[in-house]
Design a protein around this ligand. Structure first.
Ligand code: FES
Ligand code: FES
Length: 152
């Protein structure tokens, strides 16, 4: 079957198999490998994207469900080669080690700061509780979110 959707501001069409995930379609059919595939069970958050401005795990959404909808992936955050402020904050604070969790955490942070300009520590913990990182111990990720919030 064919689907048509808007991805990072661009109208895209692709053929899909009816049972495949949005994550698979983004990575393998639409050439957007920024959203990572780790658990495929909604447990790690590495595949986080915005669908109609709501944070979703792309591994839990069928590609067919995205037909006609608007997606933003980590690739869509930078503008004219300029990193998004959240991306800059992650880089500046050393919140990136292996980087596998980073796209999902950045998209989740963008979503958080769109809803709360000055989130409390508890709100940051709650917002990022679905994103697992096996490298950083989370402290530098917290620093990155606070820095991005301070600059917002
Ligand atoms: S790959 Fe989607 S939540 Fe882990
Ligand atoms: S930086 Fe490696 S999993 Fe988070």
């Amino acid at each position: 079957m064919k689907i048509a959707l808007t991805v990072n501001g661009e109208r895209r069409e692709t053929d899909i198999w009816p049972g495949e995930s949005l994550l698979y379609a983004l990575r393998e059919r639409l050439g957007l490998p920024g959203s990572k595939n780790a658990c495929e069970q909604g447990e790690c958050g590495s595949c986080s994207v915005l669908m109609d401005r709501s944070l979703v795990c792309a591994c839990l959404v069928l590609a067919a469900q995205a037909d006609g909808h608007e997606l933003v992936t980590v690739e869509g955050l930078a503008v004219d080669g300029q990193l998004h402020p959240v991306q800059e904050a992650f880089a500046e604070t050393g919140a990136v080690q292996c980087g596998f969790c980073t796209p999902g955490l950045i998209v989740a942070t963008v979503d958080l700061l769109a809803q709360k300009r000055e989130p409390s520590d508890d709100e940051i913990r709650e917002a990022l509780s679905g994103n697992l990182c096996r490298c950083t111990g989370y402290q530098k990720i917290f620093d990155a979110v606070r820095l991005a919030a301070a600059r917002a």
